[in-house]
Ligand binder design. Structure first.
Ligand code: CA
Length: 221
């Protein structure tokens, strides 16, 4: 069984960033963009988890959360907030939220929190080691392994390699890589992807990640 997740977010690009990522990881998603609709949907009890933005048209996220808890709806809630002050966060947690993320965030961080907060039965099956040919990546220890060596990775290198290993043989465009590894708040003109691909190649071998001219990068032939 996969988790059914209600995404409450009025900012279109963030909503679609979160939705695409959750769907790619096997979740079923619905998106709503205002507080009143969000509350109506949350009260149906049809969802296993709610990702809840705080600043919303109509009822704000805190009010949605309070009304859910008053109605005895115990669905786990992960708050998304641009307000990174301790005060708001604590208020959110006291209002019955299970966890929170401060914007901007990387998708993998949100995914980890979503998985953690879902009841075990609602979690999408989780892979712990990704493999491609003789290269493997352990998602728990965050280390890559080749027959001859264990390779330590920085956080970004890890996220980058994870993305490639989840899409073997597929061309990944720079923008796609940026939004996955660096979040939606990236500078599209940045050459940071190229820099990190080079760094990763130095660690795992030059031939594994191919440059596809004018398009992006691909793991494998
Ligand atoms: Ca908002």
């Amino acid at each position: 069984m996969t988790g059914r997740i209600l995404i409450v977010e009025d900012e279109q690009r963030i909503a679609s960033f979160v939705e695409k990522g959750l769907r790619a990881n096997g979740f079923t998603t619905s998106v709503v963009g205002d507080g009143d609709t969000a509350l109506a949907w949350a009260l149906t009890g049809d969802f296993d988890l709610v990702v809840l933005d705080l600043g919303l048209p109509g009822r704000d996220g805190f009010s949605v959360l309070r009304a859910m808890r008053e109605a005895k709806v115990a669905t786990p809630v992960v708050i998304l907030t641009a307000r990174d002050s301790v005060h708001d966060t604590v208020a959110g947690l006291e209002g019955g939220a299970d966890d929170y993320m401060t914007k901007p965030f990387r998708f993998e961080e949100l995914l980890a929190r979503v998985r953690l907060r879902l009841r075990p039965a609602d979690r999408a099956p989780e892979v712990t080691v990704l493999r491609h040919e003789d290269l493997s990546l352990d998602l728990r220890t965050r280390r890559a392994r080749l027959p001859e060596a264990v390779i330590d990775l920085t956080a970004r290198e890890f996220a980058l390699l994870e993305l490639f290993l989840r899409h073997p043989g597929q061309v990944l465009a720079r923008e796609q890589i940026l939004s996955h590894v660096w979040g939606y708040d990236f500078d599209p003109g940045s050459n940071v992807v190229d820099v990190y691909v080079r760094a990763l190649r130095r660690k795992i071998g030059n031939d594994r990640i191919r440059t596809v001219r004018g398009m992006g990068y691909r793991l494998g032939v």
